[in-house]
Write a protein that binds this ligand. Sequence first.
Ligand code: SF4
Ligand code: SF4
Length: 202
Amino acid sequence: MRKSPYQKAKAVEKLFSHLDADIQKFYSKSSMRCLAGCGKCCTKPNIDATVLEFLPLAMHYYMTGQAEQKLEDLQVKNSLCHNFSLTSEEVGSGFCQNYNYRGLICRLFGASAAEAKGNKLKIYTCNIIKESQPEAFQKTTAEINEENFAPVVSHYYRQLANIDPDLARNYYPINEATKKALEFILHYYAYRKPPKGFKKAA
Ligand code: SF4
Ligand code: SF4
């Protein structure tokens, strides 16, 4: 039987909890860390993501009666992720308002590895970390290749695609991916009973 959007969102959440455990392992071996209060990577315009990785967020909006309003808000084109909240005028200072529902790309960036030439792994991170912690960066780069403890980006995207290849095939800016995830859910439940726990919009 085909899985419902609710079941798919749960499967994605399960994958995220495995990844979170892998990220903890990564941090237990590496001293590389994000700078306090930094959210600069979230301010990159139009970060690419799949619809599927934002299905848990869209399902959260749906289950809490916010889906229609969020869909309307997302009609307004904005290259900045709608989850990002600025904390000061300083560029990059801010936080994710939906941290527990952030996508796969958000979880992987800064704490994972990408496949590189010569069967090597390179750390998938930002210049701020590379430049502020050069020794930790060099050491972690060497160690992930020897001990293989970093979550690998392509492995996680492959596991995501196993949940629903169609919803994980194409990449869109995060706001667009979330909009498509909301449309998918609303279309599916338009003539079906919503999952248990659903709260109607006030
Ligand atoms: S990955 Fe880099 S840019 Fe993003 S929050 Fe961490 S330090 Fe800041
Ligand atoms: S979903 Fe959250 S973590 Fe991901 S880019 Fe947007 S604000 Fe940043």
